[in-house]
Design a protein around this ligand. Structure first.
Ligand code: KIV
Length: 275
């Protein structure tokens, strides 16, 4: 009963949705990273990171695909279960992969699997106003939801590439409206990917739920990056917003601690990481 009473370390209580809300209210930055296995998850926990996402980016950095489209629900569950073994304090989020939330019932069934089998405490799905009904249905069933706006990697074949979103006024306006709509539908967190910094700032100010950014400028409530990008493991050219945190550090743990510090003291992202 109430297993959080069995805290392994009461000086480091687990992060939950309420913690994230308080951090936004207090102006404390939220540090977030992706993870795909138990060993890195444990290091991320030790480094003090607040949120861990088992992202469908695993399709690219683990499985070697060009996009996230081939990732299945079973893949995310497999990795999420491993990550859960390594985490105690960070809040664990898991991605709903491509085409796993095309109806309310399908979304609920799959979100339940991510939580029950994968150990996730929040599910993330990509989409704008078209997903409001699904977010509302999940929220009505007490499934914590993160709504992912801006660059939506699952739509890459429709949009024609990984491009900055919301540059034009009309697109920026649409994104602001979508963010409000999804918050009002019950999203607990909004994630913004690859948008101009002023738009990231505006949406963050307009929402009462925490906003996490990746390539969305310095003013979102939190920052997330792909683990393998910051450890300089990902081969090839990296997106503009990536910083190699291994530089000047002799271990992955030191690099993760450096990322955590840089998010909290606002030295990451710097001007050169913005669009
Ligand atoms: O899949 C993922 O890792 C993500 C992050 C890039 C935010 O969605």
């Amino acid at each position: 009963m109430y297993t959080q009473l069995q805290l392994r370390d009461s000086s480091r209580p687990p992060v939950n949705v309420a913690t994230l809300g308080k951090m936004k209210a207090n102006g404390e930055k939220i540090s977030c990273l992706t993870a795909y296995d138990a060993s890195y998850a444990a290091l991320i926990d030790e480094a003090g990171i607040d949120v861990v996402l088992v992202g469908d980016s695993l399709g690219m950095v683990i499985q070697g695909h060009d996009t996230t489209v081939p990732v299945t629900l079973d893949h995310i569950i497999y990795h999420s279960r491993a990550v859960a073994k390594g985490l105690f304090r960070p809040f664990q989020m898991a991605d709903m992969p491509f085409m796993t939330y095309t109806s309310r019932e399908q979304a609920l069934q799959n979100a339940v699997r991510l939580m029950q089998e994968g150990g996730a405490k929040m599910v993330k799905l990509e989409g704008g106003s078209g997903q409001a009904e699904i977010v509302e249905f999940l929220a009505r069933h007490d499934i914590p939801v993160c709504a992912h706006l801006g660059l939506k990697p699952q739509s890459v074949h429709k949009t024609g590439g990984f491009r900055v979103q919301g540059r034009e006024e009309a697109a920026a306006e649409r994104m602001r409206n979508d963010a409000r709509l999804l918050q009002d539908a019950g999203a607990d967190v909004v994630l913004l990917e690859c948008i101009p910094p002023h738009l990231g700032e505006m949406i963050t100010q307009e929402l009462h739920v925490p906003v996490i950014g990746i390539g969305a400028g310095p003013d979102t409530d939190g920052q997330i990056l792909v683990l393998y990008d910051i450890l300089d493991i990902t081969p090839g050219r990296k997106p503009r917003f990536v910083r190699n945190f291994m530089t000047g550090h002799d271990s992955p743990l030191a690099a993760l601690q450096s990322f955590d510090r840089a998010v909290r003291d606002r030295s990451y992202p710097a001007a050169e990481h913005n669009f």
